[in-house]
Design a protein around this ligand. Structure first.
Ligand SMILES: *[C@@H]1O[C@H](CO)[C@@H](O)[C@H](O)[C@H]1NC(C)=O
Ligand SMILES: *[C@@H]1O[C@H](CO)[C@@H](O)[C@H](O)[C@H]1NC(C)=O
Ligand SMILES: *[C@@H]1O[C@H](CO)[C@@H](O)[C@H](O)[C@H]1NC(C)=O
Length: 463
C-alpha cells in the first residue's frame, strides 16, 4: 500500500512542470557528449575543439559552435554564464531534448538554422536569456504554446522556412520585436498586440494564409502578407504601420477595413484586381494618403486589372518541389519550393559554393574571416588567427609576425598572439580529470591553460 502511495506521489512530483534536469558533470560528460568548438577571448584564435560538458577547459567560452550531433541532449549547455552565442548551422540536429538549454543568463544568440528539427516542445529552454533565436530552415511543423516560456529578453524570433501549419502566436515571448514566419504552411492567423509590447515587424509572407485578423494598438514598422491566398482581410486595425504588404494574393476588391490600417506605404500589387473595383481602390488609397509601394516588377503590373471572374495570379514564387532532387543543385527544397540557401546564409562578402544542394561559404582569395565573427564576413587582412599564418609566424594585430624566441618543442600551428605560459610544469587543473580515451587528441592540441576557477556544476537532485 505504502509503495503504491509513493508511486502516486512520484508520478505527481515528476509532472512536467517540475522538470529539473540533472546536470551533474558526470552526466554531461559520460552521456551527453558531442563535439563542439569553443571560442573564448583567451584562446581567441583557436576556437578549440572540445567535447560538450567540458567547456571549462577553454576558460570562459563566449561562442560555442556545434559541429555535428543528431540530438542536443539535456544539459548540453548548462550554466556557462560567459556564453554569448550558440551557433549550430548545418549541424545535422534532429532533436532538441528537454532542458538542452539550462541557466544561460547572457546569451545574445542561439542560431540553429539549416538542420532537421521537427518539433519545438516545451521545457527545452529553462532559465535562458537570449536576444535572438534562429530556427529557420528546419522541418518544424509544431511549436508548443509554452516552448519559449523560459526564454527571456527575446527580441528576434526566426521560424521562417519550416513546415508550420499553425503557430501559438499569442504565447510567444512578450518581449519580441521581430517575428519571421515567412515560408511556412500557415493558413489562418490572428495577431493581437495585447500580448506584446515591442513587436514591430511581422513577416508572414510566402505562406498559404486565407484568413487573417490583425490588431495593433501601437505603431509598427512592417507587416508583410506578400504571396498568400487572401481574398479579403477578416479584420484589421493598426494604429500606424510604415509598410503594409498584400501583393501576390487573390484580392479582387478593396479589402474590408482598409481605412483601419493607417499605413505610410502599402504594397497591393500584383493581385487580380477587378477593373470595376480598381477605381474605388484608388479613391480609397488616395483619400487615406497611403503611398503605393513599388518594388521591382510591381510597376509593370500597376494598371493590370481583370474582368474575368476566375483568375490565377502569376505567382512569383520559386519552382515547386517535394525533394531536393527536383531542384537545381544550388537549391534546397523547403515547404514545397526550391529556395536558395546561399542568399540567406553566406555573407555578401563571401563566395557561396553549392554542391548536391549543400552550401559552403568561403572567403575570396586574399580575404579572411574572423572565427569570432558569426556573420562570416570576409575582410582584407593578413590574419585573424595563427592558422592563417605560416608555421613560423604568429598573428599579431591581423599581421603575421615572426616568433621572437625559438622553442625546443614545435609550436602548434594554431598558437596565438596571446601570452601563453611556455613552462611545461603548468598543467591545467583538469589534467588528471580527463580519461585518456576522450576527448580525442585534445590534450595534444591545447596549450597549457592558466588556472580558471571551475564553473560550478551543482548536482541537482533527481526529481
Ligand atoms: C538562472 O540562471 C542563473 C545563472 O546561471 C542563476 O544564477 C539563477 O539562479 C537561475 N535562476 C533560476 C530560477 O534557476
Ligand atoms: C521593450 O523594449 C524596451 C526598450 O528596448 C525595453 O526597455 C522593454 O523592457 C521591452 N519590453 C519587454 C516586455 O521586453
Ligand atoms: C470591365 O467591365 C466593365 C463593365 O462591364 C467595362 O466597362 C470595362 O471596359 C471592362 N474593362 C476591361 C479592361 O475589359
Amino acid at each position: 500500500m505504502l509503495k503504491y502511495v509513493l508511486f502516486i506521489l512520484y508520478v505527481s512530483v515528476s509532472d512536467v512542470r517540475c522538470f529539473l534536469p540533472n546536470c551533474i558533470r558526470e552526466n554531461q560528460y559520460k552521456f551527453y557528449s558531442f563535439p563542439v568548438e569553443g571560442c573564448s577571448d583567451y584562446l581567441k584564435d583557436l576556437c578549440t575543439p572540445v567535447e560538450s560538458g567540458r567547456f571549462e577547459v577553454i576558460g570562459q567560452p563566449k561562442i560555442v559552435k556545434i559541429k555535428m550531433t543528431s540530438v542536443l541532449p539535456t544539459c548540453a549547455f548548462y550554466g556557462i554564464d560567459s556564453l554569448q552565442h550558440i551557433y549550430g548551422v548545418k549541424s545535422n540536429i534532429k532533436v532538441l531534448a528537454k532542458g538542452s538549454f539550462v541557466n544561460l543568463p547572457n546569451l545574445k544568440s542561439i542560431i540553429l538554422s539549416y538542420n532537421q528539427i521537427t518539433e519545438i516542445r516545451e521545457l527545452i529552454f529553462k532559465n535562458v536569456s537570449t536576444e535572438k533565436l534562429d530556427l529557420s530552415w528546419n522541418n518544424i511543423f509544431s511549436v508548443d504554446p509554452d516552448a519559449f516560456k523560459e526564454v527571456h529578453n527575446l527580441k528576434e524570433l526566426d521560424l521562417s522556412r519550416n513546415s508550420l501549419l499553425t503557430v501559438p502566436v499569442n504565447h510567444l515571448s512578450r518581449s519580441i520585436s521581430t517575428l519571421n514566419l515567412a515560408y511556412n504552411q500557415l493558413t489562418r492567423i490572428a495577431i493581437n498586440s495585447l500580448k506584446f509590447t515591442n513587436l514591430t515587424s511581422v513577416d508572414l509572407s510566402n505562406n498559404k494564409i486565407e484568413n487573417i485578423a490583425i490588431s495593433f494598438f501601437y505603431p509598427i514598422e512592417m507587416f508583410d502578407l506578400t504571396n498568400n491566398q487572401l481574398y479579403d482581410i477578416d479584420y484589421v486595425e493598426i494604429t500606424s504601420v510604415n509598410r503594409f504588404r498584400i501583393g501576390l494574393n487573390n484580392f479582387r476588391r478593396t479589402p474590408q477595413y482598409l481605412e483601419n490600417i493607417n499605413a505610410n506605404n502599402i504594397g497591393i500589387y500584383p493581385n487580380p484586381w477587378s477593373c470595376e473595383a480598381l477605381p474605388d481602390l484608388w479613391r480609397s488609397i488616395t483619400s487615406l494618403k497611403y503611398n503605393i509601394e513599388t518594388t521591382g516588377t510591381a510597376s509593370d503590373t500597376m494598371e493590370i486589372c481583370t474582368n474575368i471572374t476566375t483568375v490565377s495570379v502569376q505567382r512569383g514564387g520559386p519552382k515547386s518541389c517535394t525533394s531536393d532532387h527536383q531542384c537545381p543543385t544550388s537549391k534546397t527544397c523547403k515547404v514545397g519550393q526550391c529556395l536558395d540557401p546561399c542568399s540567406y546564409f553566406c555573407h555578401r562578402s563571401s563566395v557561396c559554393k553549392t554542391k548536391n544542394h549543400q552550401f559552403t561559404c568561403t572567403c575570396p582569395k586574399g580575404t579572411k574571416s574572423d572565427p569570432m565573427d558569426l556573420t562570416g564576413s570576409c575582410k582584407k587582412v593578413e590574419c585573424y588567427v595563427g592558422s592563417h599564418c605560416s608555421r613560423d609566424k604568429v598573428c599579431i594585430q591581423n599581421r603575421c609576425a615572426k616568433i621572437a624566441a625559438t622553442s625546443t618543442t614545435p609550436r602548434p600551428s594554431t598558437t596565438t598572439e596571446t601570452n601563453i605560459p611556455e613552462s611545461e610544469d603548468i598543467k591545467p587543473w583538469w589534467f588528471e580529470d580527463i580519461p585518456s580515451e576522450s576527448p580525442g587528441g585534445l590534450m595534444k592540441q591545447l596549450p597549457p591553460v592558466p588556472h580558471y576557477a571551475p564553473i560550478p556544476l551543482i548536482p541537482v537532485p533527481l526529481d
